[in-house]
Design a protein around this ligand. Structure first.
Ligand code: GAR
Length: 215
């Protein structure tokens, strides 16, 4: 059965766009029921409207604390009965209550080869460490920031000439491959978080997740 997807963004929404495109061309067996942003001027909201998707902006600054914001978000998100909630550049730390509510159906994308470089400034940190590879990860969200089980990773090589900007662009291109792929597999009931771990087609994935080969 076709799945209901809700996407949360804070900014440009280029990953949202990649997922919209994969829904539009029929690759993902689902529909994006709504796109939420904590910022009313996020460019991603325009992308959603252009695709005819319902949008909701909820300003976190209007709430006294993190939990009341998250509770308001849960109430609004659940009106859309989501099978999958996708964090696509949603730059807010979520409460344990929010995470538990959507456990097993909450994805995040992070611009590093997790478990390396949780948190911010990942491209700079990979460059400063002299790493030869960098990349991005789609993972299921748990209460630990950037710490949930890994679903899909894509790698890029770091060249001598790379800067934070060039590396960010390289990683973004791979994000736009791995995020629609993870959503496609989830919506096809192929990718699951089970008590035994993350499974793709009933086979347990290694801890680093499925590795996209051409990344
Ligand atoms: C992406 O690079 C994503 O990995 C990152 O925000 C960017 C959003 O871009 N997410 C995080 O850093 C989460 N910790 P987009 O708005 O163009 O999709």
């Amino acid at each position: 059965m076709s799945k209901n997807i809700v996407v949360l963004i804070s900014g440009s929404g280029s990953n949202l766009q990649a997922i919209i495109d994969a829904v539009t061309n029929g690759r993902i067996n689902g529909r994006i029921a709504a796109v939420f942003s904590n910022k009313a001027d996020a460019y991603g909201l325009q992308r959603a409207r252009k695709a005819g998707i319902h949008t909701v902006a909820i300003n976190h600054q209007n709430f006294v604390d993190r939990l009341s914001f998250d509770q308001a978000m849960i109430a609004e998100i659940d009106r859309h009965q989501p099978d999958l909630v996708v964090l696509a550049g949603f730059m807010r730390i979520l409460t344990p209550q929010f995470v538990r509510h959507y456990e097993g159906r909450l994805f995040n994308i992070h611009p590093s080869l997790l478990p390396k470089y949780k948190g911010l400034h990942t491209h700079q940190r990979a460059l400063e460490a002299g790493d030869q590879h960098h990349g991005c990860t789609v993972h299921f969200v748990t209460e630990e920031l950037d710490g949930g089980p890994l679903a899909v990773q894509g790698r890029v090589s770091i060249d001598k000439e790379d800067t934070v900007e060039s590396l960010q662009q390289k990683v973004h291109r791979v994000e736009h491959q791995i995020y629609p792929l993870a959503v496609e597999w989830f919506c096809a009931d192929r990718l699951k978080w089970t008590p035994e771990g993350i499974e793709l087609d009933q086979r347990r994935l290694p801890a680093e997740g499925y590795q996209l080969s051409n990344g």
